[in-house]
Ligand binder design. Structure first.
Ligand SMILES: [Zn+2]
Ligand SMILES: [Zn+2]
Ligand SMILES: [Zn+2]
Length: 468
């Protein structure tokens, strides 16, 4: 930090050498913004320092008590992990460096448990997914068919020896219907309780606080590999996408005449959390979908290496992770059912991808509801770039004129209006795709047809009368 501050001239010279001369005049401004207290860089830096300080304090406190030395020890491993993070990975995860082209969020379902402790052999079957998909597809209990075999995921892979601790987060959704913010805090022994919502200060229910493991080291299969039959593999779990949305970097905010409110943000935050809960052995990572509400359970089991695991106590955990990306939201002042909203959302995403020539998998979305004090509720479509850090796709929609947005909607409309499937369903030619499989039964293309019909009608009316 001091280096960046003290070597301003030097740094600017370097930057001039690598940046096109047409924007040289902007460097100085950018430099001071970067170092100002409110820049993302400085904010992340103070967040990082605060987190380290908090952990150090908790560790020092546990050190005073001989019976709690083991807790101090656990925190020291978390601290080491945070302190020794690769700076490039850290900066790109925080969206300070572009992440495009660095698939660092990709994880593996390891199909050869014997290879876990050695390096992975060349030419072996490798099942890989980005973390967002892996959270639903590779979670313990899920099955995957590959090479004619049926694999069942069983373990959340433990961090390597020198790291020892998973990254874990306590989380709870605010119950204030006007807010619904997902509150998160790093989980460690003695972590402070989250008693108030960070956005609206509403009291948070402690019974609802859950802890999620970020499965960044991947998953390992159960040794029982079957031959793939005609049965569909089990995929019991859905990855729920939460919009954390602190909207610190608002790029645009406006009301459209077609009855939608638009907001566009860069560097906004989302969380993907598997909607099942798991009982997890913290010693070897053995995990099972939890079928009741108990906090702990006892089970004799084997570690991935096939030997009996020394630990028999399982604790309840969720699986999830958070990421930063570009987000554009469109809210409609109306309560739409879950099925309606998702049908419309996927039509919007298809339209966006076709109209702007964006790979469909590079954008995704989720929905939520906002309730106002006056009793009104609105439905919010949250569209985001799946590339962590954002690739500028939904940002284009955020910048688009009303006519351009209508053009996108016309593409969406044509797709849902002219599809040949039953209008009370959807198919792979209209709204369905591989990634939204868990939603297939809920999608009906007529919901999207009705919605866009109304949008176009409102627009015509606005053109004629000039009123909304
Ligand atoms: Zn709240
Ligand atoms: Zn175990
Ligand atoms: Zn269809």
């Amino acid at each position: 930090m001091a280096y960046v501050r003290d070597n301003k001239e030097n740094m600017i010279n370097h930057l001039q050498n690598i940046i096109p001369s047409g924007i040289h005049h902007k460097i100085e401004d950018w430099y001071s913004t970067y170092l100002s207290d409110r820049s993302i860089f400085m904010e992340d830096r103070s967040q990082y320092l605060a987190e380290v300080e908090e952990l150090v304090e908790a560790m020092e406190e546990f050190k005073q008590d001989d019976n709690k030395l083991y807790l101090a020890n656990r925190i020291s491993f978390s601290l080491r992990k945070i302190r020794e993070k690769n700076i490039l990975n850290y900066l790109s995860a925080r969206n300070i460096l572009p992440k495009y082209g660095f698939p660092i969020d990709s994880v593996e379902l390891i199909t050869d448990p014997s290879s876990v402790e050695t390096t992975f052999g060349q030419g072996e079957l490798r099942l890989q997914r980005d973390l967002m998909q892996a959270i639903s597809e590779y979670a313990p209990g899920s099955q995957v068919i590959a090479d004619g075999k049926l694999y069942t995921s069983q373990y959340i892979k433990r961090p390597p020896q020198k790291v020892k601790e998973w990254d874990e987060w306590d989380f709870v959704q605010c119950e204030n219907p006007e807010c619904g913010h997902l509150n998160l805090h790093r989980h460690y022994p003695g972590a402070p309780t989250m008693d108030k919502c960070g956005i609206c200060q509403h009291a948070l229910s402690q019974q609802k606080v859950k802890t999620m493991i970020k499965p960044e080291y991947g998953f390992i299969i159960s040794p029982e590999v079957k031959k793939a039959g005609s049965k569909k593999p089990i995929r019991t779990h859905r990855g729920d996408i939460y919009y954390i949305g602190e909207q610190k970097e608002l790029l645009d905010e406006r009301s459209l005449s077609i009855g939608l409110d638009l907001k566009s943000m860069s560097n906004d935050e989302l969380a993907v959390v598997n909607n099942s809960q798991f009982m997890v052995c913290s010693s070897c990572g053995f995990s099972e979908v939890s079928s009741d509400f108990s906090k702990q359970k006892i089970k004799i089991h084997n570690a991935p290496n096939g030997r009996k695991c020394p630990n028999e106590t399982f604790t309840r955990k969720s699986i999830g992770h958070t990421f930063k990306t570009d987000v554009t939201t469109l809210s409609v002042n109306d309560y739409l059912s879950w099925e309606q909203a998702y049908s419309i959302l996927y039509a919007m995403l298809e339209g966006l991808s076709k109209a702007f020539l964006i790979e469909r998998n590079d954008v995704d979305g989720t929905i939520d509801y906002i309730y106002s004090r006056s009793g009104n509720s609105s439905t919010r479509f949250i569209l985001f770039d799946t590339v962590p850090g954002g690739a500028g796709h939904v940002r284009r929609l955020g910048k688009a004129t009303e006519e351009e947005i209508l053009d996108v909607f016309k593409v969406s409309y044509d797709l849902v209006k002219n599809c040949h499937c039953d209008e009370n369903t959807a198919c792979y030619s209209c709204l369905q795709n591989y990634r939204n499989q868990v939603m297939h039964d809920s999608l009906e293309r007529r919901f999207a047809v009705d919605f866009f019909d109304r949008v176009f009608y409102d627009y015509e009316k606005f053109q004629i009368n000039g009123v909304k």
